[in-house]
Design a protein around this ligand. Structure first.
Ligand code: G3I
Length: 540
């Protein structure tokens, strides 16, 4: 993908970063093979992304070496490439200290090209009130310590070293491309990572010989496998989102199926019902996921107080107020965990590519511009998307592209386009099949629009499911394989792929749109078991 003129630098750095990142991670692996395996604290093993993390025992000193893999240089400010968002690359570990212990934090410099990268801080605290943590601070044994280690700006290489001891890894998950290496074992009397040289100040001699509890830690997840490509997302509703604890660990992005929609939150003007969404977001954020907000303005189910308004300015004011208040609520409640929004959903008709009449009939394209501007005012960090389906249909796609071009040319704050990706394979009464070439043509078209306008556009695959009423596992696996080959090929523009559900136990496709029976559209079956489609996506 050729970056727009103004961002060729970004493209070169991005390619250099990818090479550097991969090169560094290879280097970082080899020395480990030569290092002594860390003896203290029982069985340990090397763990790094996309490999199996067997066990990491408490009492370990682990050197966390990370190569930022997801540092989407944080967007394109007027003056060119700006620093990356620190939300994109961090390690998040819930640590329960068995004693109050000091932590030694060292940062080293990495670099990409002539840019020196500084890792400035480690944050410990709850998800929302992070504070800087320096060498010598103490990890509490009274509460769970959430450690987030992230670079201060576009980190593309180098490593931060985090020495911890006497800790029980409660729930250790990697959010991005990290490599964790044990270090040659050290006697308890030596510097035990707390910088004092007097052994562990907590009086705990560490390595005292008694067998430390071994905490089996997570196996490898889909999102780890794709950490150098894009986020992997799932969707669920308030009736079932807690049902998937055994498989939702594969995902680092989440979308509420209906609970953040206009008809759920804003059915009555001036009254906002966030109850279902707030519960779901708290649960999923605590399980390490970022949130796609879906969807602020959509004709489907839109309430009368909006659809009944026939005055353009009044309608624009109502849309502005609603979008601002809703985005602000989630920003104030969950910080940057709501990392993007489907601001407007499905404004274009199928077939002829005209605008749907709802809202457009009264306010023209201004209803779309107003919604995006209000969302940006409420949350300057969230990425803002236009979301629609059947983008693999040329007529509809071209209509969407014309609309996006008008928004871009008018300076509307839009960051990306959501391709819903409701696809199908033949069988079980379905007599058509989604063309992979048409899907890639759509992706190319959006990439070309970004190049033509010099305005970067991320692409999210927002609602992927594959109608498969014949329950043909082999054909489904092949279709997912081919789709994810395309998605990986375009991972410079595709930054998230979400399935519109998680397993075959439930899909909106079941008995819908004139098709009877279950649709079997996902990577996991009704019993949450991996299907051949999972293997096709995971093994590449
Ligand atoms: O919650 C009520 C329940 O109280 C009532 O008894 C029941 C019977 O009518 O309806 C329930 O609400 C349903 C809701 O899903 C929750 O199950 C609505 O009728 C039904 O229309 C709604 O369907 C959702 C649909 O969007 C319309 O909002 C589907 O679950 C959801 O998967 C689907 O998702 C959309 C995306 O948001 C946008 N892209 C297309 C995609 C598929 O249509």
């Amino acid at each position: 993908m050729e970056y727009p003129k103004g961002n060729r630098l970004a493209g070169r750095i991005m390619r250099l970063k990818k090479f550097f990142g991969i090169f560094l991670s290879l280097i970082m692996v080899f020395p480990f093979a030569a290092c002594d395996v860390f003896k203290e604290g029982g069985k340990t093993s090397v763990l790094w992304v996309s490999q199996t993390m067997e066990t990491v025992s408490d009492g370990d000193e682990t050197q966390i070496t990370f190569v930022a893999s997801d540092n989407k240089f944080g967007g394109y400010a007027e003056s060119g490439v700006s620093g990356m968002s620190d939300e994109d690359t961090f390690l998040s570990v819930d640590l329960k200290a068995t004693a109050e212990i000091p932590v030694k934090v060292e940062f080293v410099y990495g670099s990409v090209g002539d840019q020196t990268v500084v890792y400035s801080q480690i944050n410990i605290g709850t998800e929302y009130e992070n504070y800087a943590f320096r060498t010598g601070n103490v990890l509490s044994n009274k509460s769970l310590n959430k450690i987030r280690l992230f670079p201060s700006y576009n980190a593309a290489g180098g490593y931060g070293i985090l020495y911890v001891k006497n800790l029980t890894y409660n729930d250790y998950y990697l959010n991005k491309f990290f490599e964790v290496k044990t270090v040659a074992s050290q006697d308890a009397g030596e510097n035990s990572g707390n910088g004092s040289g007097q052994g562990d100040q907590s009086g705990n001699q560490g390595g005292s010989g008694e067998q430390q509890p071994v905490v089996p830690v997570t196996a490898t997840y889909l999102y780890e496998k794709y950490s150098q490509y894009f986020k992997i997302g799932m969707c669920a509703g308030d009736s079932d989102y807690r049902n998937y604890g055994d498989i939702d660990g594969h995902y680092n992005s989440f979308t509420c199926e209906n609970e953040m929609k206009l008809y759920t939150i804003g059915n009555n003007e001036g009254q906002y019902d966030y109850s279902k969404a707030d519960n779901m977001l708290r649960y999923m954020i605590n399980r390490g996921k970022k949130i796609r907000g879906h969807a602020l303005i959509w004709y489907n189910g839109a309430p009368q107080w909006l659809t009944g308004c026939r005055d353009k300015q009044q309608l624009l004011n109502k849309i502005d107020t609603y979008c601002y208040n809703v985005v602000k609520h989630f920003k104030d409640s969950f910080g940057d965990s709501v990392y993007c929004w489907d601001v407007v959903n499905e404004a274009i008709n199928d077939g002829n590519g005209t605008y749907r009449d709802c809202f457009y009939g009264v306010a023209g394209i201004d209803f779309i511009k107003t919604a995006f501007r209000a969302a940006r005012r409420a949350d300057p960090n969230a990425k803002l998307f236009y979301n629609d389906y059947n983008m693999d249909d040329r007529t509809k796609r071209n209509a969407v592209i014309n609309m996006l071009r008008e928004l871009i040319n008018d300076g509307v704050p839009i960051d990306g386009v959501g391709m819903q990706a409701h696809y199908a394979i033949q069988g079980g009464g379905v007599n058509y099949e989604t063309s992979i070439n048409n899907v890639e043509s759509a992706i190319n078209a959006f990439e070309n629009l970004a190049e033509e306008t010099g305005h970067p556009l991320e692409i999210h695959i927002t609602e992927l499911d594959i109608r498969n009423h014949g329950n043909n596992n082999a054909a489904l696996a092949q279709k997912y394989k081919e789709l994810f080959e395309v998605f990986r090929r375009h991972s410079n523009s595709i930054t998230c792929v979400t399935t519109w559900g998680i397993c075959d136990a439930y899909s909106w496709l079941d008995n819908s749109q004139g098709y009877s029976g279950k649709a079997y559209p996902f990577l996991f079956d009704e019993g949450h078991n991996k299907k051949a489609a999972f293997d096709a996506v995971f093994n590449f």
